[in-house]
Design a protein around this ligand. Structure first.
Ligand code: SF4
Length: 278
């Protein structure tokens, strides 16, 4: 049972976003979205863009985006969390409660077990590696309560903690004997100096991520994702990627920038111009 206070919400064509407050009044954001099954085949299609306004329903691909922190100390210059002065790690129970909150919101119409894919995205507020103990516990709590769930983790790859976090996530895949976790590094540029501006935390260099991608192949059929939210003239050098990584160990994702007050203040704009339908 979730005990969040809803302070705002917005509905769009394929879901909703909620601004919530924890019991001690910290703001977090949780999303409830869905997509048709065709978008799961992004690799073969070369895109997950919707050609027609066919959004499917929560019985197709149902995705719940959870925060792992309120605010975030990393302060990436394109990220809306920069507007929050304070931050704190969420507990595993608070992370699970966000999933419960969305499930409860939909309980009259949809059940997670009815969804062909029920996916929990650890991609809203916060850097998972900096809250690794609670995130690892939350993955297990979610999987125990919703055995049907798959999980997507996204990290900037901080030098402190990523290796340990990665090893523990591998152990979870092995323990559950279920290939249910997608591991993503958000990198945003193939130039490490640009990355230092975009992700102001001491982190693994692009070439160093190869070792993680190769190791992940030993436990999972899912390739490690490298996510690029491309802004302005930030470098995307395919030859560099080809030089550093084996093609069958990574999946490259290009994402639009969700422009916000912080990205505007830092004069950043996305290169993908397609917009979500309202
Ligand atoms: S690490 Fe993630 S949540 Fe934190 S500031 Fe950067 S993009 Fe935002």
């Amino acid at each position: 049972m979730s005990n969040f206070k809803v302070t705002a919400s917005r509905n769009f064509a394929n879901g909703s976003v909620y601004a919530l407050r924890t019991e001690d009044d910290y703001p977090i954001e949780t999303t409830d979205t869905f997509l048709p099954m065709i978008t799961r085949d992004a690799e073969a299609r070369g895109t997950n863009e919707l050609v027609l306004a066919n959004f499917g329903s929560r019985k197709d691909r149902w995705m719940i985006g959870v925060s792992v922190m309120s605010g975030c100390p990393v302060r990436c210059p394109f990220c809306a969390t920069g507007a929050l002065k304070k931050w704190r790690n969420l507990t595993a129970e608070e992370i699970l409660a966000q999933v419960d909150f969305i499930v409860e919101k939909n309980q009259d119409r949809f059940k997670p077990t009815d969804a062909e894919e029920f996916r929990i995205l650890f991609t809203r507020m916060g850097e998972p590696v900096m809250n690794k103990d609670e995130v690892l516990k939350a993955i297990k709590l979610i999987k125990n309560k919703y055995p049907h769930a798959t999980v997507a983790l996204s990290t900037a790859g901080p030098k402190v903690g990523t290796k340990e976090f990665f090893e523990e996530v591998k152990k979870i895949v092995e323990e559950y004997q279920d290939d249910f976790i997608q591991f993503q590094f958000s990198v945003h540029s193939t130039d490490d100096k640009q990355r230092d501006f975009l992700q102001p935390v001491k982190k693994y260099q692009l070439a160093e991520l190869k070792e993680f991608a190769d190791e992940w192949k030993k436990v999972s059929e899912r390739k490690v994702t490298l996510n690029f939210t491309l802004c302005d003239d930030n470098e995307f050098d395919a030859e560099k990627i080809e030089k550093y990584f084996l093609a069958d160990s990574i999946f490259i994702k290009l994402s639009p920038l969700n422009e916000n007050n912080i990205s505007t203040k830092n004069h950043l704009s996305g290169v993908i111009t397609a917009k979500n339908l309202a």
